[in-house]
Ligand binder design. Sequence first.
Ligand code: SF4
Length: 461
Amino acid sequence: MMSSASGAQALVARFGDVLLRRQAAIRRLQWAMVAIYAGLLTVPLLLPLPTHTDYVWNNAVRFAQFVFWGVWWPFIILATALVGRFWCGILCPEGALSEFASQRGAGRAIPGWMKWSGWPVVSFVSTTIYGQLTSIYQYPKPAALLLGGSSFAAIVIGARYGKAKRVWCRFLCPVNGIFGIVSKIAPLHFRVDPDGWRAGARQEGRSNAVNCAPLIPIKTMQGAAACHMCGRCSGYRGAIRLSWRNPASDIVHGSGRLATMWETVLIVPVLLGLVPAALHWSDSGLFQMIRLWLVERCLDLHLVWPLSLRLPWWILTDYPLENDVMTSVDAAALLVLLSVSVAAATIVFGIPLAACARIFRTRGPFSHHLAQALIPLAAACLFSGLLSLTVSQLRSDGVVIPYSDLFRGGLVLAAAAWSMVLVFRIGAHYNAHRVTRLCGTFIMALPITSFSIAWVAVFLS
Ligand code: SF4
């Protein structure tokens, strides 16, 4: 009789095969997503800005804001953590457009500059900062510019490089790095069996190759970080199956061991430094202090223009009729706050990580493998921070979700506990002594606990 574990494996493997067989239906679904996405971006541009009597359910602008920032963005992150990057492979309109353009495009070779592994950090950081400077969550014009611009770039890159590939998604998409990091804790992945691959190769010879749009060398694929879960390789050579896995396995034993500096940058200064500050700067007392200090310095120096200088909406928020204008001093204060947060996260987590690496005697003075232990905390921080947008938008319309703050707080604390367990487990790769591993875990527990308590306090304040 089949055990429940193997029954569950067989069930998800069958789902992978369904994806393979239903590629035409997936393509239709993607075009439906393109139409919805285009509608949500463009319709609000044609309408006046909402007033205080407009709600999510009776105003298209508010509705589009809520769908983009209150539902779409936070729940894609959650789904990626729970089931992997199905969003990218099955539903993402930008990926679909880029691949469509690539099918009919010039098919040029991918230039070397595009393969630089720092792009996921640069593109995510620059779009996050730009979005805050232009108030992307509040107004349709910056949302259309940033999201529409990104989609346009995806089409252009698709039309120039690769043949039926997603070159944009693989190398330049602003959220590719984040999705890759978050998907490492997903319990689902397409597992490659090297022995099965060799046996399948002998039996089949040169069978039809799979078109893996995000350009993954499938035979040597490790983990799920780069895989878009499109299902096209399901069952290939009898060696690839959609499978359940232990959610910690990729970090502890798999691709986590091959982690790079850029992944650590995404996890520590970006997800644990930049993101919390970018999501909560308007309520920050530190932001007000920095702003006041800058105003006083300007007045001391008899510089009045930075206090009143307004720039167009596509550079800084400029909606005087809404009483919402960001001056150059406000922008400077925001940039200082974000820099302080990035520096604080780097120091607060970087020093214990280096100390832990020394205790565990990892290769080199710093271990990027150890930094991967912070992924659950970073993912929970991102999801719970984005959920603030959902909660605050609904709250402003009089809809209160009970226990949402407690749920977010509990999630962050549970993720923090998981990160500490991961430090202990990763330590086993470097030092077999339980006491030494406990010492390292205790060192990492200090920043993890302090950060979690500070972040939870933001929700509950
Ligand atoms: S490895 Fe490539 S083809 Fe296979 S599911 Fe992932 S993205 Fe699709």
